[in-house]
Design a protein around this ligand. Structure first.
Ligand code: PEP
Length: 263
């Protein structure tokens, strides 16, 4: 039995380009999930599968996956207000009402392209929890930081800032995704032993911020160029509890194979 329930998530980013393709991808994934995913198993350690479509496709993908046992999440939410004069914003309550269970917070593309800083990310995390959903908090260092030996320091600082005000009790609903920025969309997978070491560092730091049993219960995903070829070895590491998948989550066969990782 896995110590923590595995969780594989697909971040579709700004893809695909039509609702028809989004429905096709969701149904394709659902049709290929194996016996050890929660799509066909009710075991306590069945692999939880979640997809993060763009906002306009969420409702339809929720319908596509109704009764299938695959979760749906939002790629971000607006953190400043629940309603009002905020053109273009999407609130936590809106995505909750569509059936979302998870929200990505702090993805590196949000940090760089959309200038989400740690204060904004912290507000998003708190808002998601307040609305009864689960944040997937993405953290990770850049290539320069990695080369300078700053990986652990960067991850710890992001955790401390992004989790400020989150109670130990609420941590059971928080998923951490360690995503070295230099491995996202680059085809460079972090070596498994390096990823395991960072995951252990993250867990030990959560034990400092909270306590050992809270830290031991938190699921930590690895993200960064995960493929069907790399998933099995990654998932065999003791502190890697799942994967956050970008590019490979857009091809049903590849994503399903990742979800059906060999245990
Ligand atoms: C991501 O977007 O979180 C990600 C890890 O992307 P990719 O798998 O394409 O590297």
């Amino acid at each position: 039995l896995h110590a923590r329930q595995p969780i594989i998530a697909g971040n579709w980013k700004l893809n695909p380009s039509s609702i028809q393709e989004a429905d096709g991808l969701a149904k394709g994934v659902a049709s290929l999930l194996g016996d050890e995913t929660c799509a066909s198993s009710s075991a306590a350690d069945c692999t939880e599968v979640v997809v993060f479509p763009p906002f306009p496709f969420i409702s339809s993908v929720v319908d596509d996956l109704a009764g299938v046992g695959v979760g749906v999440g939002a790629q971000s939410i607006f953190h400043t207000a629940e309603s009002g004069a905020y053109t273009g914003a999407v609130s936590a309550s809106m995505v909750t009402s569509l059936g979302c269970q998870y929200v990505l917070c702090g993805h590196s593309e949000r940090r760089t392209v959309f200038k989400d800083d740690d204060e904004a990310i912290n507000k998003k995390v708190l808002k998601v929890i307040e609305d009864g959903m689960r944040p997937v908090l993405c953290i990770g260092e850049t290539e320069e930081e990695y080369d300078a030996g700053l990986c652990a320091d960067v991850c710890k600082l992001q955790l401390a800032k992004d989790l400020a005000g989150v109670s130990a009790a609420a941590m059971k609903d928080v998923v951490i995704a360690y995503e070295p920025v230099w491995a996202i969309g680059t085809g460079k997978v972090c070596p498994c032993d390096v990823a395991q070491t960072v995951h252990k560092t993250i867990r030990d730091y959560l034990a400092e911020l909270y306590d050992r049993s809270t830290a031991d219960a938190v699921r930590i995903q690895y993200g960064g160029s995960v493929t069907p070829e790399s998933v099995d070895e990654l998932m065999a590491q003791p502190d890697i509890d799942g994967c956050l998948v970008g590019g490979a989550s857009l091809v049903a066969e590849k994503f399903a194979r990742i979800c059906n990782f060999v245990r």
